[in-house]
Write a protein that binds this ligand. Structure first.
Ligand SMILES: [Zn+2]
Length: 54
């Protein structure tokens, strides 16, 4: 699952959301810091954390 990095346009903090690609257009992402929906997607980050191979 990709992590999407957003930046809040109100408080200018960034945060990540784990969303399925199909959720991107339907989900209203809220800033966890101030609750604003005025957020901008920066980029998608494919987490390496779950990609452990032994
Ligand atoms: Zn905010």
């Amino acid at each position: 699952m990709p992590h999407y990095v957003f930046v809040c346009q109100d408080c200018h903090k960034d945060f990540t959301e784990v969303l399925h690609i199909s959720e991107l257009s339907t989900t209203r992402v809220k800033c966890p810091h101030c609750g604003s929906e005025h957020v901008e997607q920066q980029y998608a980050e494919f987490s390496a954390v779950t990609a452990k191979k032994s």
